[in-house]
Design a protein around this ligand. Structure first.
Ligand code: MRU
Length: 354
């Protein structure tokens, strides 16, 4: 398969010669280097250490991770190829719990594993490769449409605040919230983006600022605790972020700190939008309390870019995501259009598979 929506050399993720090439986001913005994953375990490591991160990018990586499980098994005399793929699916599903897209992608691969039963080794590998490519292609296509929808809702003079990184790095070629802002700039809107630094791992300061700079979009990085200051002064007129999982009632998990921003936006009467494709929406999850929230190592909080900033024995907590209650969200931008409240009814109407 070789269409316009296929990952190719130069993308942040691409598959070549039985290897998944991953732009190492831990090294950005200082260094642009790729790591190579040849086994599902290496993909799991890349996902859990955030070499590849962002809900949709980890879904795409996991799709190829399942394929690598089948390839690995095909080289071993003792292992059944479909079993190898299934084992890979299991460890990939355990790599990070919050982003729905990871499960959406692995479940698609699992369905294909079942459909492949009875095929030759070559047929099975081709079939799984096609499925992993289709996951990538669908993601790119959905986000292209979502960006189109999102640009329309931004004010002509757009003073936006965003949190974490929801650009191409969090997906492939087209991201969500950040890509909407970049496209609005490309189309001539006056866009200035305030970028939360996004402690503890600085996805805003390191990654969103890198993407905005490359696209020539005016931007200002601020400390996470400075948002209220700029809102109160009227320097921000829209808040827009991505999402890791959207429950059936519209409650939305995204990078820790998003919930606080939504409360601040409501207080200052600033619209607060979420942008996410349908692969992030989980209608089987009734509400925010049912979304599994990843808690990462306290060491990430106790250190700033590897430098210890707390006393050695200080305790820290490190939830990676929080949940924004749906009543704080002005609208959810998707590839099918903008979903407005009441979310439970409107999400079901737009996304329920009949
Ligand atoms: O821990 P990360 O960097 O994977 O968290 C990513 C986010 O919270 C993004 O905002 C989210 O995935 C939406 S963009 C696809």
């Amino acid at each position: 398969m070789n269409g316009p929506f296929q990952p190719r050399k130069g993308d942040a993720l691409f598959f070549e010669e039985d290897r998944l090439f991953i732009l190492d986001q831990r090294a950005l913005p200082l260094e642009e280097s790729y790591i190579e994953a040849r086994t599902p375990h290496e993909v799991v490591r890349a996902i859990s250490t955030l070499a590849v991160r962002g809900a949709m990018a980890i879904g795409i990586a996991a799709g190829y991770g399942v394929l690598l499980g089948a390839i690995e098994a095909s080289r071993s005399k003792n292992e059944d190829i479909l079993e190898g793929a299934q084992k890979a699916a299991e460890i990939l599903k355990a790599s990070r719990p919050t982003a729905r897209n990871l499960f959406w992608a692995v479940e698609r691969m699992e369905k294909r594993i079942n459909e492949c039963n009875g095929g030759s080794v070559r047929e099975i590998l081709d079939c799984l490769k096609q499925c992993a490519d289709a996951i990538a292609a669908d993601t790119i296509e959905q986000n292209m449409k979502l960006v189109e929808v999102g640009v329309g809702i931004l004010p002509d003079e757009c003073k936006a605040l965003t949190h974490c990184n929801s650009g191409a790095l969090a997906s492939l070629r087209y991201g969500t919230a950040l890509s909407i802002l970049i496209e609005a700039h490309r189309r001539g809107k006056a866009v200035h983006v305030f970028v939360d630094e996004t402690r503890p791992l600085l996805q805003g300061a390191r990654l969103s600022a890198w993407e905005l700079a490359r696209s020539g979009v005016a931007h200002t990085v601020i400390c996470d605790n400075a948002a209220a200051f700029f809102m109160e002064r009227g320097e921000i007129n829209v808040v827009i972020t991505g999402a890791d999982r959207i429950a059936a009632n519209g409650d939305t998990a995204n990078k820790i700190g998003t919930y606080g921003l939504a409360i601040l936006a409501r207080f200052h009467e600033i619209p607060f939008y979420i942008a996410a494709p349908s692969s992030t929406i989980d209608l089987s999850c009734p509400g925010g309390n049912d979304i599994p929230i990843e808690e990462r190592s306290p060491e990430e909080v106790k250190k700033f870019q590897s430098i210890q900033v707390t006393p050695e024995n200080t305790q820290a907590r490190n939830p990676a995501f929080d949940v924004t209650a749906s009543h704080l969200i002005s609208g959810i931008i998707t590839e099918k259009g903008i979903v407005f409240p009441p979310y439970k009814e409107n999400l079901r109407q737009m996304f329920q598979v009949r």
